[in-house]
Design a protein around this ligand. Structure first.
Ligand code: DQA
Length: 152
């Protein structure tokens, strides 16, 4: 994607169980559906002149391949690794290769939840983390990319 015109490319990547947003533990993750999340990312991306592509998978290997694809496309990344956040060193190693902006997002605030959610093994290789604002966490992440991009 050209850096002029449509703007910088951003992959919004979502890990396991996030496709079930809306019906999955709404008291924790809110009532917005995954389709709502995709349209929020698309409309916020358009408002910021970013070219946004949103994807979700249950599969760690697929998520890693998408990170490689983003690196090769010189795209920035907004990622909610879901439960992989807490234990996937493979995901961390993939994100460590990124030269663009990487923003870790969470709908909930993992720090205020069960102890196993307190550690993020990817946080140290992210540019920054936004958590606890429901689907608005993604809007804030895209706005951060619009304002503070580290490359391009
Ligand atoms: C989550 C928090 C994780 O602990 C959990 O495993 C998820 C969603 C969030 O967005 O709040 O699946 O990443």
């Amino acid at each position: 994607m050209s850096r002029e015109g449509v703007g910088r490319s951003v992959f919004v990547l979502n890990g396991p169980n996030l496709g079930r947003l809306g019906s999955r533990e709404p008291e924790v993750y809110g009532h917005a559906s995954y389709a709502d999340l995709v349209s929020l990312c698309e409309s916020e991306g358009a408002a910021l002149s970013l070219s946004v592509e949103t994807r979700q998978t249950e599969d760690e290997a697929e998520l890693i391949r998408w990170i490689h694809e983003a690196i090769d496309a010189d795209a920035d990344i907004v990622i909610n690794p879901a439960a992989f956040t807490h234990y996937s060193y493979a995901l961390r190693d993939a994100l460590a290769q990124c030269t663009g902006t990487v923003i870790e997002v969470h709908l909930s605030n993992p720090a205020s939840r069960e102890e196993f959610r307190h550690e993020s093994v990817v946080a140290a290789v992210a540019t920054g983390t936004i958590a606890g604002f429901g689907v608005e966490s993604y809007r804030l992440a895209l706005q951060a990319i619009g304002r503070f991009r580290t490359s391009g």
